[in-house]
Design a protein around this ligand. Structure first.
Ligand code: HEM
Length: 174
């Protein structure tokens, strides 16, 4: 049994976009000073991050009406429980990571105009006290995302190369 075609495409599209947004986030955070290049890069990072948030909404909606295919019986119960826990954590993070970045930007007094055309709602006022807290929230949530993605990829590779079972085939785009 496979995931639906839509779930598979959303999974891989989001995987690529999240990795690119993460790499871009680390790169911009390491640029010293406030240059035009940095401002452009941060803006693109924000657009990519908000796109992840929009795709996350689509994905959650799709998932609510299309349950995941069951794991094969050969997978021990504890591994099934661990997999479900990591999947739930990643669902939380695909919302929490971009939302923390968005709130951080607003607290810093920088509104986001998506793709340069859609002004996004100012759900909080600029707030110098909240700003550093939201910045570290964005950082730590990203670190949690990185750890859970690494665990997820390691488990998938173990199923493919060591267990040689059908777990990876469920998410194969072809
Ligand atoms: C999947 C979505 C996202 C990922 C994976 C991501 C990842 C990251 C990472 C890894 C950093 C570097 C953290 C650090 O070293 O302190 C960062 C910084 C940042 N992110 Fe995000 N982010 C996402 C979404 C967003 C969104 C939606 C916004 C705002 C609308 C945003 C705004 C920022 C800002 C302003 C910085 C700081 C850049 C600087 O140092 O000037 N991020 N992000």
């Amino acid at each position: 049994m496979q995931y639906t075609r839509t779930a598979i495409w959303l999974h891989w599209l989001m995987a690529i976009l999240i990795v690119a947004t993460f790499v871009m986030g680390v790169s911009v955070a390491n640029i010293e000073g406030l240059t035009l290049g940095k401002l452009k890069a941060v803006t693109i990072h924000k657009w990519m991050g908000i796109t992840v948030l929009l795709l996350a909404c689509l994905r959650l909606l799709w998932r609510l009406f299309h349950p995941a295919p069951p794991l094969p019986d050969s997978v021990p119960a504890w591994q099934q429980k661990a997999a479900h826990a990591v999947h739930a954590l990643m669902y939380f993070l695909i919302f929490a990571v971009p939302l923390s970045g968005y709130l951080f930007s607003l607290a810093a007094g920088v509104p986001v105009v998506l793709y340069g055309i859609i002004p996004l709602p100012l759900i909080i006022e600029p707030n110098p006290e909240l700003r550093p807290l939201l910045r570290s929230a964005h950082f730590w949530l990203n670190l949690t995302l990185l750890s859970s993605v690494l665990l997820h990829v390691a488990a998938a590779l173990k199923h493919y190369f060591i267990d040689r079972d059908t777990v990876m085939q469920r998410m194969r785009p072809w």
